[in-house]
Design a protein around this ligand. Sequence first.
Ligand code: GAR
Length: 193
Amino acid sequence: MKKINLAIFASGTGSNAKNIIAHFENNNAVQVVTVISNKEDAPIVGWCQQNLIPVQIFSNDEVNNGQILIDFCKNLTVDFVVLAGYLRKIPGDFIRYFDEKIINIHPSLLPKFGGKGMYGMNVHLAVKTACESQTGITIHFVNDNFDEGRYIAQFFCKLESSDSVEVIQEKIHTLEQNYFPIVIENVINSILL
Ligand code: GAR
């Protein structure tokens, strides 16, 4: 049986990308066929090169061009796309080509602390500044607006008023590591059924 081919978009450290790659490493049904990045100096790019994971770098101009991304993914017969710390907007034609097949992770309980400019530490700082008693992660499909696509799953964690931004980041990291790959796998399985 043909495996489901996954493309992962990542712009940064890549802890989520690495975790997803490890999760599907010996999977019978799903394989990661490429990592795509818009930043050639992103740590995830070097890690992929060292670990012989196929990685493709596109310039910011290129990732603004949906047709370039579509052609590249078509060539690899990509079935599903995961945004794992990818910080650029996804072009509309690419979203339509992969309708409800692009999954993003956002490090807050959307709709809180989402939208343009809300990524990584900016989100944790906003959560801390708002004195939230809880935060979490949202895994959702991607549509034309930042962080507004249909939700797939949310996971919560409690916050103490003494939690620093770094502690909040660590709590989110733990949720991401525990849940993101398995949610991706469940979404793919539900479509295959
Ligand atoms: C993750 O916390 C992810 O949720 C967040 O960026 C971090 C990337 O870490 N994504 C966003 O903020 C998207 N708006 P990583 O590079 O170690 O996976």
